[in-house]
Write a new protein. Structure first.
Length: 262
């Protein structure tokens, strides 16, 4: 069982060394970089990675490009701001001692996020299972603008591994706010619009409060204290903003259609 670890990057010089060290147990590390302007590529190469430059095509497409460049059948996909815990590494290493016939085709891994100086337990942020170890002949990354994930072939067997994928994301409140406004909400609105989803003034107005209640109460955000409250507040902001942006797209589309009819 030979494993290729794949990482996609853009200006990740503060993360890439630790990310590569986290998967040093892999049989190769493939870093696909979308024209970083910092020292990401040099640091990745120094850490033992094979670095490939590819213009940015979107999250799912870039991750699939990395899979296609890998030399081995088994893929372990890691984001630059993630690290493999010791328990997870031992779980993966234990698979190498099993006969091929006993292996599943893919493995889900729980992801634990570090936020406001603590490991988050609620708010829908844990266990946040991700399918990250899989046979490339049995799975592919979905071509989505956001929340990309691996889709396995019909009949493929998926199991769970013990141990967490450690996620060091969102440096502070300003970073969290910026990521929602510049990445998450615009991409989510675009994805919803392309999927034919529509909203209304009532939908825009209710999206935020509903997301806050869901995160803090229904998904157990209260267990994380003030961090849970903060996460729920940002969830509300994200929900409001993506629905507002979707509403704007609808209005612009309706205007275009009206003009074309005239």
């Amino acid at each position: 069982m030979k494993i290729s670890a794949t990482i996609i990057t853009f200006n990740e010089e503060s993360n890439i060394k630790a990310a590569c060290e986290s998967v040093a147990w892999a049989d190769e590390i493939v870093v696909v970089d979308s024209n970083s302007t910092d020292a990401t590529r040099e640091l990745a190469a120094a850490a033992g990675a094979r670095v490939i430059i590819n213009a940015w095509p979107g999250f799912g497409a870039q991750k699939q490009f990395a899979v296609d460049q890998a030399r081995h059948e088994w893929i372990f996909s890691l984001d630059a701001d993630e690290r493999v815990s010791d328990e997870l590494r031992h779980s993966i290493e234990s698979l190498r001692n099993k006969p091929e016939a006993e292996l599943a085709d893919g493995y889900q891994i729980a992801r634990r996020t570090f936020y406001q100086q603590r490991w988050i337990r609620g708010g829908g942020w844990y266990p946040d299972r991700q399918l990250r170890l899989f046979k490339k002949s049995q799975g592919r990354w979905k071509q989505r603008h956001i929340h990309e994930s691996v889709t396995m072939n019909p009949g493929a067997r998926v199991e769970r591994l013990s141990g967490d994928l450690l996620h060091y994301t969102l440096q502070n409140a300003a970073h969290h706010h910026r990521m929602i406004g510049e990445r998450y909400a615009p991409l989510a609105a675009r994805q919803m619009f392309e999927e034919g989803r529509r909203t209304s003034v009532l939908g825009v107005a209710s999206a935020g409060p509903a997301a806050f209640f869901r995160s803090l109460i229904l998904k157990g955000g209260l267990r994380d204290g003030f961090a849970g409250f903060t996460i729920a507040s940002f969830a509300a902001h994200h929900a409001f903003l993506k629905h507002l942006m979707l509403w704007e797209k609808q209005a612009a589309n309706n205007t275009e259609n009206t003009d074309s009819d005239d």
